[in-house]
Design a binder for this molecule. Structure first.
Ligand SMILES: [Mg+2]
Length: 377
């Protein structure tokens, strides 16, 4: 039997609550104490495993409970018994089986690619078209409501060789944002600074606040207003010289086309958790590039499995040229799920060279933080 004709015989799920080391405030909401992720494990006839992770955020993409149910109830029947080589057909069926739940679909495609890659002896990037880079610049988010704690994090980042940060704004008033920008520019001139409002500005104040922030000349300013206020995004974009990025306004290729038509941004934050998989993320990046828009490798509050999936996707996508933000495993989670640490060196994420994801979770850690689980077979 050909390797790709092997069937998937098992599908196991863990809903984890992973403790975090700080509070994070964003324009749309806060994260404190724990983040919720769902880990998916597929098993092939030959006994090989493939892992994926759904990393939702309730205020942004949806809930972990919804991801778990999407995988368990609606996607499981489409997967168990199918050939591992039938990835495109399985993903097409998953798209139709349950609306939204993009994080569950990202987990599914990750696990299928991991399984296929392990059996074929190829890293996931090789299955996505081959790689264009071996390292990806890491951006870490500055989002603690206690700025002194963020300054301590800045020292740690500086010592680690990280040179890109993203300041989260729009959760505690304009004066607070301006104060932090001034301080960061003065004390950390070696850092590139990006700014992300996560929809935090009221439409009445948006143009004025963004113009003030643009005077600090950040690399870009991301999603200042609510995702559906697309004409206002276009107006803000016209009012500043700094590039405007869209995040919450663009989930998949369908939104990307609308964003292009309306001219809402100069760039897009591409996330596998928004697009519903790695191949759809590549499509979004290519659509952006085809009209001269930049692409950035964003993420949700993820653990190491999702970081690895995003790393392989970006490694195989030259159109994503603004680095990535896979910082949570190293700087935010008390304990990551991976058996060996997610590799970051001198401020760069290292693209794995080993088959599949190039890493797998520790079963001990999965058991330790599981609040719900379901095994098959
Ligand atoms: Mg964002």
């Amino acid at each position: 039997m050909m390797n790709t004709e092997q069937k998937i015989i098992g599908m196991d799920l863990w809903h984890l609550q992973l403790p975090v080391n700080a509070r994070r405030d964003h324009g749309i909401g806060s994260v404190e104490h724990v983040v919720d992720v769902v880990v998916l494990r597929l098993t092939a006839e030959g006994g090989e495993h493939g892992y994926g992770e759904a990393s939702p955020w309730s205020v942004f993409t949806g809930s972990a409970e919804a991801s778990f149910a999407a995988l368990d109830r609606y996607i499981r029947p489409l997967v168990v018994g199918r050939e591992i080589g039938a990835r495109a057909a399985i993903m097409k069926d998953a798209q139709k089986a349950v609306a939204h739940c993009t994080e569950a679909k990202a987990a599914l495609e990750t696990a299928l690619l991991d399984l296929q890659g392990r059996i074929a002896g190829l890293p996931i990037w090789a299955l996505l078209g081959g790689k264009c880079r071996d390292t990806i610049p890491l951006s870490c988010s500055i989002a603690d409501p206690d700025f002194e704690r963020d300054l301590a994090l800045m020292e740690r980042l500086k010592n680690d060789g990280v040179r890109v940060i993203k300041l989260k704004t729009g959760f505690k008033g304009h004066a607070y944002d301006m104060m932090r920008l001034e301080r960061l520019r003065k004390d950390y001139p070696e850092f590139a600074i990006r700014v992300d409002y996560n929809q935090g500005l009221h439409h009445d104040d948006a143009v004025r606040c963004v113009q003030d922030v643009a005077s600090f000349n950040p690399d870009f300013i991301e999603q200042p207003v609510a995702h559906h206020l697309r004409p206002l995004m276009a107006k803000i974009r016209d009012s500043i010289d700094v590039p405007l990025l869209a995040d919450e306004s663009i989930f998949g290729p369908e939104d990307m086309q609308m964003a292009i038509n309306l001219g809402i941004a100069d760039g897009v934050s591409v996330k596998i958790m928004k697009t519903g998989g790695l191949t759809r993320a590549q499509t979004v990046a290519r659509m952006a590039s085809s009209v001269g828009m930049s692409a950035y490798g964003g993420d949700m509050f993820e653990a190491g499995i999702a970081h690895l999936a995003g790393t392989h996707m970006i490694a195989a996508t030259p159109e994503i040229s603004l680095g990535c933000e896979f910082y949570q495993a190293s700087y935010f989670l008390v304990e990551d799920v991976l058996e060996s640490p997610f590799e970051v060196k001198d401020g760069q994420v290292i693209v794995p060279k080993t088959p599949g994801l190039g890493g797998h979770p520790s079963l001990e850690v999965l058991e330790k933080y599981a609040v719900n689980k379901k095994f098959s077979g």
